[in-house]
Design a protein around this ligand. Sequence first.
Ligand SMILES: Cc1cc2nc3c(=O)[nH]c(=O)nc-3n(C[C@H](O)[C@H](O)[C@H](O)COP(=O)(O)O)c2cc1C
Length: 490
Amino acid sequence: MINDLRDWIEKTEEIGELKRVKKEVDWDQELTAIDYLVGKSPQAPSLLFEKIKGYPPGYRVLGNVPGPSINRVALTLGIPTVPSPILLIQEIRKRYKKRIPPVEIPKEKAVVNENVLLGKEVDVTKFPAPKTFPLDGGRYIGTADVIITRDPENGYLNLGTYRNMILDKDKIGFYVSPGKDALLHREKWWKRGKPCAVAAVYGMDPLLYAVGSQSFPKTISEYEYAGGIRGQGIDVFKGEVTDLLLPAHAEIILEGVSHPGKTMKEGPFAEFPGYYARPAEETPYIELKCIHHRNDPILTIAPMSDHNSGNAMMQCLMRSAKIWDDLEAIGVPGIKGVYSHPMAIFGLVVVSLEQLYPGHASQVAALAAQCTGGAYYTKWIIVVDEDVDPSDLSHVFWALSTRCNPVDDIDILRNTWSTYLDPTRNPPEERPYGSKALINACKEHKYLKTFSKTTRLKEDVYRKVCSRWKELELPGNPPEVNVFEEGSSV
Ligand SMILES: Cc1cc2nc3c(=O)[nH]c(=O)nc-3n(C[C@H](O)[C@H](O)[C@H](O)COP(=O)(O)O)c2cc1C
């Protein structure tokens, strides 16, 4: 079982998906340029940079953590590799249903406490944080991370993935988009005139990163989802200078506080949509009080870019599973698949369904657009029939071209939940208010019975051709087909 990042690296190497970069590389753009260029390939391995210019041997950086690999997502979640994205999404859904609270262990047993630095010893520049792209405002230590905060009202602990720019030896930026959990927590503490305690965790078990970058309900801790997925509670210990529960097996943890109203200039940063969308702005920061780190620590990174190499596939699969679960929890029948396309990051979701009643497709589109898992940022919600694989974009485009009549089948939702990082809205103050297009690319329900018949094979003919494939010397293997002309004999 994987318990920490080092187990994960070992297992990734065993499945042949780890590349060690042994030669020295520069933290100043060179490291992330390699990550970006390698990450363009759908087969990109995880990259372990073993020697960083200006840093002691042993101080390493791991990029492309799950990357574009469905195998590494499955490994992270402890799921045996499955043949298709939709099947993996279904497996993830099963694991979301279990929740196991974290298990508190004595701090002496937490491996991250091999080094505990307090007071003047606190210096975050001791870690090889990269400058990711040329116009970044500084070095970003926090990208593939989890940031832990507590809700002062109910004690709920949130784990969220938010960026951290190094501002000083003992200060890092704390940029969180409107409506995200840590921002709501921070505002609640500040309203009480109190600082918000924060822990920034790097080099965590990638499972924590997987749950940290998802939208779960604001009342259930991501620790519980991670425990449920793993099948056992995550080991945590009580913080040294905060009352937060911290993951015992992480590589690096920074503990500190965010003071009411105090800000520093942060950014710009090469953001997840692939733009420097937000200029340098006054942003809350975390004043660091304590550093915990393992010997020879490994910093995890996820530089963003036009293809968002570090996290796109994990984001896609975890998010698809959450939206599907949300639809099921509301009680909508007939959902056959959900796919939040990796290239669009948060931007495009396709849902396939068996239309069971009038208005079913537009109900599903509106709910997928506004449920917990899907509300943030998504701009395009496309609903297709059950014979269309939502993870196959060519098939989805076919449905858009043949089952959607734009004048009737597109609805727009306005003033929806978005982020300052969306470059399409100007001036930038407008950006947190987005819009969504709900596209019905299903056969017209009113005329379902008489809708032009789709050309399909008879099943017995398909089976016969498959069995003769080699004899006929046809190339490769026959493609899988699951939908046949009705009434065909088996
Ligand atoms: C690599 C990466 C970096 C991210 N950086 C930020 C960020 O800086 N600020 C932010 O609000 N969301 C960021 N996100 C998106 C959030 O992690 C995501 O919206 C998540 O739902 C936040 O957790 P929450 O729902 O508990 O607030 C990032 C996601 C990833 C994968």
